[in-house]
Design a protein around this ligand. Structure first.
Ligand SMILES: Cc1cc2nc3c(=O)[nH]c(=O)nc-3n(C[C@H](O)[C@H](O)[C@H](O)COP(=O)(O)O)c2cc1C
Length: 186
């Protein structure tokens, strides 16, 4: 009898806990912020936005990077060596309303592009959930997640997604699987 009551209690407890968790995820307000130089991260950000129903925000530096590949390699390397904080063209109005902030970027020299550092330093992410995603050319996430953690102290950082260039045909299903894994799936 006692055992039955215990099993019943445990079942009820976990069902309610599950429902509360699902309701919390459902009610979270989501922002998908990204920087993209050649468009790959933009495509990934748009897919994440579609699947999560969040708002989308492009991080745009005030002074555009060169459109020439070799030149941008130099510009990016210099920016990273100097730990530059390039000013941004735009700002998220009322960051306070968001609970979950996806942050997307291309892997640049094994870390984040400096406009992403400016973005992260422009807001207080205390108590928020930060979810990195990165497009790369073979270097996966590099040191980028550690850089993000340093720039968004007191936030909870979830497992990042790394995507090879555009992510190809499996992008949508890869995103779905990842969102489910980190508890943000629909
Ligand atoms: C300045 C620069 C630096 C890069 N550094 C790396 C790197 O260190 N490792 C890597 O895997 N890919 C590197 N890449 C390749 C990009 O991460 C890759 O092309 C990515 O898909 C670009 O995303 P985007 O189209 O959103 O800009 C670099 C590209 C650029 C332009």
């Amino acid at each position: 009898m006692m055992k039955m009551a215990l099993i019943l209690f445990a079942t009820l407890f976990f069902s309610i806990a599950g429902l509360v968790k699902a309701a919390q995820a459902e009610n979270s307000k989501i922002l998908v912020a990204y920087f993209s130089w050649s468009g790959n991260t933009r495509g990934i950000a748009q897919q994440i936005q579609q699947q999560t129903g969040g708002d989308i925000f492009e991080i745009v530096p005030s002074r555009a990077y060169s459109t020439n590949y070799n030149t941008v390699l130099d510009e990016a390397l210099r920016g990273q060596r100097d730990q530059a904080r390039p000013p941004l063209k735009n700002r998220v109005e009322n960051m306070g309303q968001y609970d979950v902030i996806f942050i997307g970027y291309p892997n640049w020299w094994a870390s984040i592009p400096m406009p992403v550092a400016t973005f992260l330093e422009s807001y207080d992410f205390t108590g928020k959930t930060v979810v990195p995603f990165c497009s790369h050319g073979g270097g996966l996430l590099g040191q980028s997640v550690a850089a993000i953690a340093k720039l968004s102290p007191n936030s909870k950082i979830l497992e990042a997604l790394s995507v090879h260039y555009t992510g190809g045909r499996s992008l949508n299903s890869d995103i779905t699987a990842w969102l489910n894994k980190i508890g943000l799936g629909k």
